[in-house]
Write a protein that binds this ligand. Sequence first.
Ligand SMILES: Cc1cc2nc3c(=O)[nH]c(=O)nc-3n(C[C@H](O)[C@H](O)[C@H](O)COP(=O)(O)O)c2cc1C
Length: 545
Amino acid sequence: MEKLGITHYHELTKHHFDHYARSLGYMDWETQPIPFRFYENTNRVALSLLKQDPKATVSELFTRRVFDKRRIGLEVISGILELSMGLSAWKSTAQSRWSLRMNPSSGNLHPTETHVLIPNADGLSSGMYHYNPFLHALELRATFPDELSEKLYKLLGGEGCYIAFTSIFWRESWKYGERAYRYCNHDVGHAVAAVSFAANLFGLRLAALCELSTDQQKNVLGFDKITWPEMDEEHPDLICSIVPNQVPRDAINKGIPHDIISAISELDFVGDPNPLSASHHRWEAIDRAAKLAHKPHIVADNFSYQRPLKIAFHDDAMGFSGAAVIRKRRSAVDFHQKKSVIEKREFFTCLARTVAVENTAPFDVEIGTSSQVHLLIFVHNVRGLSQGLYFLCRNQDHFEEIRRLSKKDFSWEEKDGNLPLYGLAYGDLRKEAEIISCHQAIAGESAFSLGMIARFAPHITSNEYRYPELFWEAGMIGQILYLEAEAHGLRGTGIGCFFDDPVHSGILGVENVAYQSLYHFTVGYPLEDTRLQTLAPYEHLAHKK
Ligand SMILES: Cc1cc2nc3c(=O)[nH]c(=O)nc-3n(C[C@H](O)[C@H](O)[C@H](O)COP(=O)(O)O)c2cc1C
C-alpha cells in the first residue's frame, strides 16, 4: 500500500460530484478534540498584550523596512505571537461560545501549534518554549545551557530566535476524515504567512530552515522524548529563523549543524502534553501520507523569485494599519451579492501581492525552489474587467506548459503589461464557481473567487516531501488574500471543500496530473451574522490580572 505514493493519497482524498472524500460523515461530539494544547508541569511565562500596535501601513506588511538595531526581547516575541497565532475574539450564542484566532483554520479546528527556541532575549531565560495562545503564555520545555545559547546566537548572526510549526492531525481529521492532512498543511501555510507579516511589523524576517529533515526537526523539538497521548501527537512541519530585516536573505543559514542538533536533543525536556479527546478514530491514510512526505535532509537550492512588478499598489487607500487588518481578519460566511464589487486597481493589487518577489513578505521565507501555485480566477464583479475566467501565472517558467495543456480555445489575453494576468474566456461563471466549490454560495456571490492550481506531477512524484509544501504555498496565498480583502473593506474566505477534477480538467482543461487544484478562495462584501455576540480576545484572562 505504501508503494502507492503520495499521489495516491491525493487521488483518494479528492471530492467528486458523486462522492466526497472519506470521513465519518457526522460530528461525533463525544470525541471533539480540545482546541488548545497545554504543556502541563512546565514553568509558564505570561506574555503581555500589546499596549500599542506597531505603526505600519498595510503595504508595509509586505515591504521590508530596516529598523534601528533593536534587541529581540520578550516584548517583541510576545507581540509577534499575539499578532499571528494569538486569539482575535470570542464569539457566542445563547448555547455556545468559541474563540477565533489571528490565523484562520479549516473548520476553526486549529491543528497548528508553535514552539520558539530563544537563545538570548531580554527578559526571558534561554530555552525552548511552547506558545499557548489561550493563556498568551510561553511554556518552558527545555532550558539552554550557556554554551548552547552562545552557539545558537552565533548561528543566528548575533540576533534572533527560531520558531517551529507543528500539526496535530487529529484536530482536523476528527471532522474531515482522510482529507484532513491537506487542511492541516493549508493551515501551516496560513500560520507561516501570519508570523512572517507579524514579524515584519517589528522589523524582522522569517526564513525557512529548509535543509532540516523531519527527524532532525523531531530531535530539535524533543518530540522523540515525549510520551504522547494516543493520536494527539504533534507532527513537525517546518522550523524557521526570525532575524532582523537588515540581514540579507542569502546570508541566513538554511540548516542547523549536527553538533547543535545533538546538543539540543540531549537536553532535559519537561512538560506533559494534554490529551485532546477521550477516544479517537484513526484515519490510516493520514498516517501513511505523513510518512510518505517525510522529509530527508537536503542541500537547499537557491529560491528563484519573479521579476519585481511595476504596478502601483493600492492597499493603503482605505487607511487601515497593517495591524488593524490582521486584527479584524475574519472569514465571511455570507456575501451581499450586489455590494460585492472591487475596483480593477484594487483587484490587481490583491493579485500582485501574491507574486513571490525578492525581499518581500511572506514568500521570502523561501519554501521550496520557486512558486508552484497559480490562480484560476472567476471574475464576477470587478469594476473595469469583463466577467469571466482569468489566469494569474505566478511562475513564468510554467506559462508555456500550462497554455499547451489547457483548453485550446482560451484567448490568453494579457490584461496588464506589468501583471502576469490573462483573460481566458468571458461570461457569467457564478453558477460554475459555486458548483465546483461544493455548492457553496460564497464562491458565486463574491466579487471574485479562485482555484489555486499547483504544478503537481512529476514535481511531486520525484520528491514526495514537496507535497505539503504545495499546500503551504497555497495557504500563504490565502493569508495574503484574507488581509488584502480586509484592506479594501471586503472580506475573504478560504475554501477547502471543492470538487478537484472538475476544476483543473473540467474548467482549465488539464486532463492529466501535471496540474492539480489545491485550495479555493473567495472575496466579497460580507453579511454579518447579527445573532452572534463578540467578546474581546483575552477577556477570559482579565479576571486573573
Ligand atoms: C484551509 C481552510 C479551508 C477552509 N474551507 C472553508 C470552506 O470550505 N467553507 C467555508 O465556509 N469556510 C472555510 N474556511 C474558513 C474557516 O471556516 C474559518 O477560517 C474558521 O471558521 C475560523 O474563522 P475565522 O477565519 O473567521 O477566524 C476555511 C479556512 C481554511 C484556513
